[in-house]
Design a protein around this ligand. Structure first.
Ligand code: NAD
Length: 251
């Protein structure tokens, strides 16, 4: 980045400074710079895989195929480290500029970067549980079983099917009410790296806007909420957030 402040950083800084309770809503796009592919971006997983692989019906129909897909996703996540965008959000929270991060991601990178108030509305992939009795097992153990036997892992207690503790398509996100609650108390939402297509999670920025708050969107591709946003930034998440942080630090 050269010395001059991009215009978007000036505008974003003004909006953030006017807010009394700003929240951040993140999606898979914030983690692509940590080498975890997103779903719908240009290099997204849906260019190679069928989206049904992340669904509850696929888990029930073809548990082996399901675990083949999730073993791959797990590998991406365990190798990943937070990037500059995650770190910038942790610093914005430490400075009191944002109150919390609501993430759709299952990679734990916000917490790893130092964010304290993180709500993972779609769970996290590090732990798994039995779909029948709820017994919890580290996902790594499930993957070892899958790799050694070629078959989907079963619960040691009841022989039910094990699955990552994440929200699959066709399942209701249990933490969504807590996310809506945070959105209702907020007067600004900064959305980073989300196509804003996955509902009900994508209602979080909508709620903030509907009740008179501001909306800033940082995303490469257009989103359905661009038209109601106060500021749309078509920039790499790390570049945009570092520019905003730099501007805030200079004031
Ligand atoms: P998505 O794939 O639908 O959209 C990601 C968006 O991010 C795209 O529009 C893309 O243009 C943009 N993008 C990609 N890299 C970017 C960058 N460096 N800077 C700015 N923009 C960038 O993802 P979503 O909206 O989060 O929704 C899909 C679901 O994806 C969520 O439910 C989430 O659980 C799941 N998911 C999570 C991970 C993860 O945990 N890292 C990875 C893949 C998918």
């Amino acid at each position: 980045m050269n010395g001059s402040t991009p215009e978007y950083a000036e505008k974003a800084t003004k909006l953030l400074k006017n807010a009394t309770h700003a929240i951040v809503f993140t999606g898979a796009g914030i983690s692509t710079e940590s080498n975890i592919p997103d779903f719908r971006g240009t290099q997204g997983l849906w260019k190679k895989f069928d989206p049904k692989m992340a669904s509850r019906s696929y888990f029930l129909e073809d548990p082996n195929g399901f675990w083949q897909f999730y073993a791959k996703r797990y590998e991406y996540v365990v190798r990943a480290e937070p990037n500059a965008a995650h770190r910038a959000l942790a610093l914005l929270e430490a400075k009191g500029v944002i109150k919390s991060v609501i993430t759709q991601n299952i990679d734990r990178l916000h917490s790893k970067a130092g964010s304290k108030s993180v709500l993972e509305v779609h769970g996290d992939i590090i732990m798994s549980h039995c779909d029948c009795c709820g017994e919890r097992v580290p996902t790594l153990e499930c993957i070892k079983v899958y790799r050694n036997s070629g078959s989907a892992p079963k619960c040691g207690k009841c022989k039910g099917g094990l699955r990552p503790s994440i929200v699959l398509f066709e399942e209701p996100p249990e933490l969504i009410e807590a996310a809506f609650d945070r959105a209702c108390r907020s007067d600004l939402c900064l959305s980073v790296g989300s196509s804003l297509c996955v509902y009900p999670a994508a209602m979080v920025p909508e709620i903030v806007k509907r009740q008179g708050g501001d909306l800033i969107i940082i995303n490469y591709d257009p989103t359905p909420l661009d038209g109601i946003a106060d500021l749309v930034i078509r920039e790499k998440a790390s570049v945009a957030l570092e520019a905003i942080l730099k501007k805030l630090n200079s004031q």
